[in-house]
Design a protein around this ligand. Structure first.
Ligand SMILES: Nc1ncnc2c1ncn2[C@@H]1O[C@H](COP(=O)(O)OP(=O)(O)OP(=O)(O)O)[C@@H](O)[C@H]1O
Length: 249
């Protein structure tokens, strides 16, 4: 599904300005980043530093004011809205803090939804569904509806749904924000395993240093700029860096 040998995702001098005139907000001020295949990356930074804006631009959910986002060799700025929607559907999986499951569908129907949206027969995914149910540990909950599942189980359904069609990229916004720490650990291990096993690039926005410590690399934003990045940091070291950024802001 990939074109060329470049990184899975990269941004070049990405700028995003909301509004205009004296009330304009410069949410991103020249962000250039590269995310290789199979990397599990975390994006951290103080409130308002531009994390969600960056994630939305990476996923083609919004367009930059200037600069470029390149996904699997495709420059998103050159794509029409329709092509962008198709690329998103084919290559990108989204996991958000609020699980966005359809309440009237069972766990397994929710997981299969991206196939229906893409106009494919869900039966094509029978094997993949079993694999994912095993991976997220929900074999025994497949016929439950979201209101019959715990928060952690719902989040695991959302992750399985994001992974169904094996997207090259998974974008996760605070995927553990609503979960207790034990359940959150399960979700983070799942994301890490998915990157390792399937070579997917996973980019996660989080405020939680412990969650970020599961990532291969942590990128720190402050005031719309990348101010630091490091791999192999423990939760304590991440917390220290965040405190320093918040104090500087
Ligand atoms: N739609 C919008 N219109 C105007 N300003 C916006 C919009 N979305 C975000 N902003 C502003 O852009 C800046 C960056 O916002 P963003 O949501 O990307 O930050 P964040 O790092 O994700 O923050 P948080 O950690 O609080 O979620 C903030 O100053 C915010 O107020």
């Amino acid at each position: 599904m990939r074109d060329g040998d470049g990184p899975a995702v990269k941004t070049l001098s990405l700028e995003k300005v909301y509004g205009s005139g004296p009330t304009a907000v410069r949410a991103l001020r020249g962000v250039s980043l590269s995310f290789p295949d199979g990397e599990f990356a975390a994006i951290m930074g103080p409130s308002g530093s531009g994390k969600s804006t960056l994630l939305h631009l990476l996923g083609g959910l919004d367009r930059p004011t200037s600069g470029r986002v390149v996904v699997g060799g495709n420059d998103l700025s050159g794509l029409s809205d329709r092509r962008l929607t198709l690329l998103r559907r084919e290559r990108i999986g989204f996991v958000f803090q609020f699980f966005n499951l359809i309440p009237t569908l069972t766990a397994e129907e929710n997981i299969l939804l991206p196939a229906l949206i893409a106009g494919e027969r869900p039966s094509r995914y029978a094997g993949r569904l079993e694999e994912l149910l095993g991976l997220v540990g929900l074999e025994g909950r497949r016929r439950h509806r979201p209101d019959e599942l715990s928060g952690g189980e719902q989040q695991r359904v959302a992750i399985a749904r994001a992974l169904l069609r094996s997207p090259d990229i998974v974008l996760a916004d605070e995927p553990t924000g609503n979960l207790d720490s034990g359940t959150g650990t399960g979700v983070l291990e799942l994301l890490r395993e998915s990157a390792g096993r399937y070579g997917q690039t996973i980019i996660m926005v989080t405020h939680d240093p412990r969650a970020a410590s599961f990532a291969d690399r942590v990128v720190f934003l402050s005031d719309g700029r990348v101010v630091d990045e490091a791999g192999g940091l423990g939760a304590e070291a991440i917390l220290e860096r965040i405190k320093r950024l918040e104090a500087a802001g």
